[in-house]
Ligand binder design. Structure first.
Ligand SMILES: [Fe+2]
Length: 266
């Protein structure tokens, strides 16, 4: 395997393995209190996707072209035009799904205004790992899709689509855990806001079997598409993910990125 980077990433701390309650991680302080650093090898997935040894269906992630006309990433209206023009056609062709629906997007840069707008600094998943019918039907109803009435009988997958914007991603790049290397036994739920009503998602405890990947020096016309939930029990469920600091590179220009969250009805 070539181009592996050794880096420290934060995992949920081990005492949480046996606790019933959920931790709260919504700030730098609560992140430090509830997570612990582990050094991991993060492999460059470019050659592995190119030669087919990493497979979207089996491993849960891939690299894809990201073609868009956005000139101002601070304009929500402008970014929202890419939902239909870029994201939906891409997901349909990648997954063969019947239809795809973008729930929203988040732009991140080197000057975050909130914890949730900052680079993610711990290994996590974006959602709970069980059906959330209210959220799923809300997205379908927003798009006035007739599939909203069929949800109970349909399989579906949530994806995160991540891309550098404005310049190449040199530092604090995104890395993902191969979904096929993650064991469901290691996942725990956690709250991502100070109050339990604010919602919860999932994050893993450390497991040396986790295989980490990134795509070196991602360009602004490239994106990572990675799975965040799959209703099909026979498929790998999710790619946990985080940003990481490559100490061999040192400080570089701040990373700027966009991510979309989208639901594919199969
Ligand atoms: Fe995330």
């Amino acid at each position: 395997m070539t181009d592996a980077v050794l880096a420290e990433v934060r995992y949920l701390d081990e005492p949480w393995r046996d606790r019933d309650e959920r931790p709260f991680i919504f700030s730098r302080e609560t992140r430090h209190k509830n997570t612990i650093k582990h050094e991991v090898a993060i492999n460059n997935a470019r050659p592995l996707v190119a030669d087919g040894s990493i497979d979207f269906d089996h491993n849960g992630f891939t690299l894809h072209a990201f073609n868009h006309q956005v000139s101002d990433w601070s304009s929500n209206e402008q970014v929202a035009t890419t939902y239909a023009s870029t994201i939906v056609p891409m997901l349909k062709s990648l997954t063969g799904c019947e239809d795809a629906f973008v729930m929203g997007h988040q732009v991140r840069n080197e000057n975050p205004e909130t914890f949730l707008g900052a680079y993610s600094r711990y290994v996590h998943c974006d959602y709970p790992l069980h059906p959330m019918r209210e959220r799923e039907s809300a997205v379908l109803k927003r798009y006035e899709s007739p599939l909203a009435d069929e949800l109970e009988d349909r399989e579906y997958v949530w994806y995160n689509i991540w891309a550098p914007i404005e310049r190449i991603a040199e530092q604090n790049q995104l890395c993902v855990v191969d979904a096929a290397s993650a064991s469901m036994d290691d996942f725990r739920e956690y709250h991502f806001s100070p109050k339990a009503e604010g919602g919860y998602a999932t994050l893993p405890l450390y497991n040396p079997a986790h295989r980490f990947y990134y795509f070196n020096d991602m360009q602004t016309d490239e994106c990572i598409v990675f799975k965040q939930y799959d209703s099909r029990s026979e498929k790998p469920m999710v790619c946990p993910h985080t940003s990481f600091f490559d100490s061999h590179k040192g400080e570089r220009q701040g990373r700027r990125s966009v991510e979309y969250r989208a639901l594919c009805i199969l």
